[in-house]
Design a protein around this ligand. Structure first.
Ligand code: PMP
Length: 294
């Protein structure tokens, strides 16, 4: 059976969930989105995802035509309508239908849709073996051109990086910023563990304020590993004891080689494993219930 999609206030069968070819989300990547996980009937960190969605929209002067409460409701209703227990939720807000010019003031009404679907989980072997990733030549957009904190529909920067990584045979693309400092991966944040400390680049270095990243920054100190944001060069990653990536879909994934340099022992490290175990535990305990609220 097909999915029911939330589209501009209605739940419609996926075959009918269509947007116009004049939608500026399609024509220009003008819009914002989120990627959220549903674990055992509970939406993980829903409030933080809503915060980021509304902040992304505010930053590009896009007024979301739903109150936060209405948006929360729409997400819950979409999950319920599809009877999902575990899955992935993709809320999208575009600038809406306009003319062929760039000018967003010619788009009177933003388009809102929400897809809630099952998720293809990564194989356990990926977490057991770790990934080999590589640096790509595509740099992150400079923050004074397009700030990395905006989770916009314009993902070409990241897609170009992904293409390069694929071509070179790497599982993920490690991206540097315009100054040559480590920013993040094409679709995940990056962390290094050095001398027991858990380190990640600040968002101003070109990273998305990842929700999973934030969970790790909170979880690590609670487990006895000091954690902080700091500027990182490739050297610090190459010589780290452990490296891992974080993201809503991937959760916490060990990285065992970067640009052919073996990280630590070449196996997923103990702190990475510990963080992952605790993260999985958290996803079992936390979250906004979908079926028990009225
Ligand atoms: N960076 C980029 C560019 C991303 O697309 C994502 C996935 N949303 C992340 C980092 C990880 O963020 P989160 O933990 O919120 O999924």
């Amino acid at each position: 059976m097909g999915l029911l999609i939330y589209l501009d206030g209605r739940l419609v069968p996926e075959e009918e969930a269509k947007v116009s070819v004049f939608d500026h989300g399609l024509l220009y990547g003008d819009g914002v989105f989120e990627g959220i996980r549903l674990y055992s009937g509970r939406i993980f960190r829903l409030e933080q995802h809503l915060d980021r969605l509304y902040e992304s929209a505010a930053s590009i002067r896009l007024v979301i035509p739903l109150s936060r409460e209405e948006f929360r409701r729409a997400i819950i209703d979409t999950v319920r309508a599809n009877g999902l227990e575990d899955g992935y939720i993709r809320p999208v807000v575009t600038r809406g239908v306009g003319d062929l010019g760039l000018d967003p003031t010619h788009c009177p009404r933003p388009t809102v849709f929400i897809i809630a679907s099952r998720i293809q989980l990564y194989p356990e072997s990926l977490y057991e073996q770790g990934l080999r990733i590589g640096t790509v030549s595509t740099r992150k957009n400079a923050p004074d051109s397009l700030n990395s904190r905006i989770k916009s529909l314009n993902y070409l920067n990241n897609i170009l990086a992904k293409l390069e990584a694929n071509e070179a045979g790497y599982a993920e693309a490690l991206m540097l910023n315009h100054q040559g400092l480590v920013a993040e991966c094409a679709a995940d944040n990056i962390f290094a563990v050095r001398r027991g400390e858990v380190l990640t680049p600040p968002t101003y270095a070109g990273a998305l304020a990842g929700i999973t990243r934030q969970v790790v920054l909170e979880l690590a100190p609670a487990l006895g590993y000091p954690a902080r944001e700091t500027l990182l060069t490739l050297h610090e990653l190459y010589t780290a004891d452990e490296v891992f990536m974080t993201g809503t879909a991937a959760e916490i994934v060990p990285v065992v080689a970067i640009d052919g340099r073996i990280i630590g022992s070449g196996q997923p490290g103990p702190i990475t494993r510990h963080l992952r175990r605790e993260f999985v535990e958290l996803t079992r305990k936390e979250g906004t219930p979908v079926y028990s609220s009225c």
